[in-house]
Design a protein around this ligand. Structure first.
Ligand SMILES: C[S@@+](CC[C@H](N)C(=O)[O-])C[C@H]1O[C@@H](n2cnc3c(N)ncnc32)[C@H](O)[C@@H]1O
Length: 325
């Protein structure tokens, strides 16, 4: 039996509404509290309800083009199956050849990442993931890796089962639910084989798994590292074009509240690891909503609408789409 005690239940359907108002409240508090001179100032943003796109992020003051609005650490990350042994198992930083040639096993880029992963990795490493990984690989699935990591975090006690409840879930088709049910059964059986007890897995119900995947689907970011220290816009754009394939996927809290625009005023860049840097793409007025682009903005309007509707469940009515560009 694994020596981790954790029992949590899936939240009620009303939890989402409660979480929503809690978030607006909590964020208001954190950005308006008297600042401690030794602490960096709070980011110039607040999360509020938009007119037609749920919650969104708004500027609380003028933000200059190119300004770093805030940074964010991932809540949960996982390398792609093809990069598992070549990037840090926590922060997704590319490993030097010396570190990655250690054998076919995962590695961390620093003692700090190793220390931060210690508790959930104790659960992960006592479990044989080959059947789950092979299944996801054969089906071309990447998000179950994040669900598996979150489940290990919950079993080890470093996250609660309700951690992602605050995020908006995708609307799932019956086919998607069927697929997730298969992954769920596999995940449970893998934990069972590792002697995780029923009590430790009490949170791991079908409903929990599907709810988590529904949130990951809409809120996960595919991490492509620009590499090097690219601070200005031109360099970061050039670096993004040259970036290698994605190193993994991550879910964040605050960045999940940014809505989409096909001609965005903000963007997120990843330089050396999965720490997100949200930057202004042009001058932004106080009170203006900050929006990022979820998709490849070079596609034509019809292709963009198809991807947004199928992937994120909405029809884009940004100025660019309305102009037919
Ligand atoms: C990552 S979440 C963004 C935050 C979300 N509005 C919330 O309340 O949590 C993505 C979801 O927000 C909504 N959304 C984002 N951009 C939108 C837009 N331009 N128009 C309509 N809905 C949008 C869609 O429901 C989308 O699936």
């Amino acid at each position: 039996m694994l020596q981790f005690v954790r029992s949590s239940r899936w939240a009620s359907p009303f939890k989402y509404l409660n979480s929503q108002s809690n978030l607006l409240f909590a964020f208001h508090i954190s950005t308006t509290a008297e600042s401690n001179p030794s602490r960096p100032p709070p980011p110039p943003i607040r999360v509020s309800l938009t007119e037609s796109s749920g919650r969104g992020v708004f500027a609380t003051r003028t933000i200059g083009s190119g300004e770093l609005i805030h940074t964010a650490k991932p809540f949960v990350s996982h390398p792609s199956l093809s990069t598992t042994t070549s990037v840090c198992y926590l922060c997704l930083r590319k490993l030097s050849n010396r570190t990655s040639s250690k054998a076919q096993c995962v590695a961390f880029c620093s003692e700090e990442c190793e220390e931060q992963s210690k508790v959930f990795y104790e659960v992960e490493k006592q479990t044989d993931w080959s059947a789950y990984n092979d299944y996801c690989c054969s089906q071309g699935l990447k998000y179950p890796m994040l669900a598996k990591r979150l489940a290990c975090m919950v079993i080890s006690g470093v996250a609660t089962a309700e951690s992602l409840d605050i995020l908006q879930p995708a609307i799932l088709s019956p086919e998607m639910i069927l697929q997730m049910e298969k992954e769920f059964l596999l995940l449970r059986s893998v934990f069972k084989e590792a002697y995780v007890t029923d009590e430790q897995m009490a949170f791991l119900t079908k409903q929990w798994y599907i709810g988590v995947l529904a949130r990951i689907r809409i809120n996960a970011f595919r991490i492509e590292l620009a590499g090097g220290l690219y601070e200005d816009l031109l360099s970061s754009a050039a670096a993004a074009v040259e970036a290698e394939a994605a190193v993994g996927n991550s879910v964040y809290m605050l960045p999940s509240f940014y809505n989409h625009d096909c001609d965005p005023n903000s963007h997120i860049v990843w330089i050396e690891n999965a720490d997100a840097r949200v930057k202004a793409l042009r001058d932004i007025e106080a009170g203006e909503e900050l929006r990022i682009c979820y998709i490849d903005a070079s596609m034509d309007v019809d292709a963009r609408q198809t991807v947004l509707s199928e992937g994120f469940g909405f029809r884009c009515r940004c100025l660019r789409c309305l102009s037919g560009d």
